[in-house]
Ligand binder design. Structure first.
Ligand code: ADE
Length: 346
């Protein structure tokens, strides 16, 4: 029996890591390709419809937009949507993430400096600490900070008004949010993996911005390999552009995309070596499952939370993996993919 879990795992291929990776920094390397207006944002039609109505109503009432919680796998456009909302409302968007709000003064500093109707975007909001969360409750509900001044017996609570603002929270783990925090969002929206046609349109739009000529079949090939995720599509496209530039290709063909992405071990369905290791471990190490998340994570040398929130969603959505009450199970499609992917992926 071939056990694939021995030794330390190969690092995840950053090209197909759905989370933002350091090479994307400053965050805004992706910026040149981000849509700025709702009309340019491709896909997520239900989300756009809901937010479009909320924007129009908010504008006509001249109020701050209700607080918005965006959840779903990484790379699907939560930050982009926050920036689009700000643009549509004609206000600034302050961007931060929960791990950066360690001390009470971090969040207080942001809140007191907000101008009326501005957006505050907090990424990974499920990681907010208890104190920061409790500062947020009256801020979200009544635009008020309840601050404790002094210590011990002389401690007093002071209320400080702040400008009406909109909190846009983003999370890959909506279930990890405390219910008092979740209940304070007026709009809670899930971002879905993108379909092929939308991805193809996103790739063509990005290619235009990068001044790269892509044949439609080439755009489709990138769309097929990007795990339903625009962030990955744009990263793959940059690698294709490199290969096209070095080879002196004018128009990029599907064959060139295939060559460029095979070089990075991204298979025809967008899976990288670590996705295939997961499926292979399930198949060879555990007879296809069921096997518990922690056991699987230990075998792969991955953190269980990352495996669950970042790696698994796409495999589940593709029907290559199933979650059952007794653990993870490889599907027939998963087995078939391992067989088909072998020659190009080994
Ligand atoms: N680039 C990244 N995400 C996008 C989207 N949803 N629409 C258009 N361009 C994008």
């Amino acid at each position: 029996m071939a056990i694939v879990s021995s030794g330390s795992p190969a690092p995840r291929n950053p090209l197909v890591a759905p989370e933002a990776v350091p090479q994307d920094e400053p965050i805004l390397r992706e910026d040149s390709l981000r849509p700025r207006r709702l009309a340019d944002y491709i896909g997520q039609s239900e989300l756009k419809q809901v937010l479009g109505i909320a924007i129009a109503a908010t504008r006509s009432r001249e109020e701050a937009l209700d607080h918005v919680l965006l959840y779903g796998p990484p790379g699907l456009g939560k930050t982009t949507m926050a920036l689009v909302l700000a643009e549509e409302l004609g206000v600034r968007c302050r961007i931060t993430s929960a791990p950066a709000l360690e001390r009470p003064r971090d969040i207080v500093g942001l809140l007191v400096n907000l101008q009326p109707r501005e957006l505050l975007f907090i990424d990974e909001i499920h990681r907010l600490n208890r104190v920061a969360e409790e500062i947020l409750y009256p801020a979200m509900e009544d635009f008020r900070l309840d601050l404790t001044v002094g210590k011990g017996t002389t401690a007093r609570t002071r209320s400080l008004p702040i400008a009406p603002f909109t909190l846009v929270g983003a999370t890959t783990r909506a279930g990890s949010l405390s219910s008092p925090l979740r209940d304070r969002f007026g709009l809670i929206q899930r971002l879905e993996f993108y379909g092929l046609a939308d991805l193809q349109a996103i790739v063509q739009r990005a290619a235009g911005l990068l001044q790269l000529e892509l044949e439609p079949a080439a755009a489709q090939e990138v769309a097929r390999r990007c795990r339903g995720t625009p962030r990955i599509a744009n990263r793959l496209l940059r690698r294709v552009r490199d290969v096209a530039a070095v080879g002196g290709h004018g128009q990029v063909s599907a064959e060139l995309v295939h060559q460029a992405l095979s070089l990075h071990r991204v298979d025809g369905r967008g899976l990288d070596a670590s996705d295939r290791r997961l499926l292979q471990l399930l198949q060879d190490g555990y007879g296809g499952g069921p096997v518990g998340l922690d056991t699987l994570a230990a075998g792969l040398g991955e953190d269980p939370a990352t495996l669950e929130a970042v790696v698994e969603p796409f495999l589940l959505q593709q029907g290559l993996l199933q979650r059952t009450p007794r653990g993870r199970v490889i599907t027939e499609a998963g087995r078939a993919h391992l067989l088909a992917a072998l020659p190009e992926a080994a």
